[in-house]
Design a protein around this ligand. Structure first.
Ligand SMILES: [Zn+2]
Length: 134
């Protein structure tokens, strides 16, 4: 299983683990054991310089912080255009960027509750999207 619509991220062990967990329904981030900073999506090195990181399961609920409508995407994404990209703050305070589906520009509202929905792009690709939460 690979992550995302296209391979724009290197196939590292970390990405493999992240993707594997996603396929099992878990959204996993990393946390620095030294200063406790959380990273979602995961990172192997903390901004404090430490590489002593551990995995944690992130909450799938949060709220919409900002969004933009993409009219002219890169070629690989043209079949999805126009689409909406949003930044959400998850319940643990981490921020994540993704597509948001199940909304229209009229129903979108900054601050609205969202949840992370894991979905397959194709047979061998998986990603996550935001959708409105009730
Ligand atoms: Zn740290």
């Amino acid at each position: 299983m690979k992550f995302g619509y296209a391979s724009w991220l290197p196939e590292t062990n970390m990405m493999r683990k992240f993707t594997e967990e996603l396929a099992n329904g878990r959204l996993m981030g990393t946390k620095c054991k030294k200063c406790k900073t959380k990273y979602m999506p995961p990172r192997i090195q903390c901004r404090c310089g430490s590489t002593d990181m551990e995995w944690y399961e992130a909450p799938k609920k949060g709220k919409l912080l900002a969004y933009t409508i993409i009219m002219y995407p890169p070629e690989s994404m043209q079949k999805y255009a126009p689409y909406i990209v949003a930044v959400a703050e998850l319940e643990d305070g981490t921020r994540l960027l993704s597509h948001i589906v199940g909304v229209t520009p009229k129903t979108l509202k900054v601050g609205m509750p969202i949840e992370v929905s894991i979905s397959k792009v194709s047979e061998d690709r998986i990603t996550y999207k935001f959708k409105p939460s009730t």
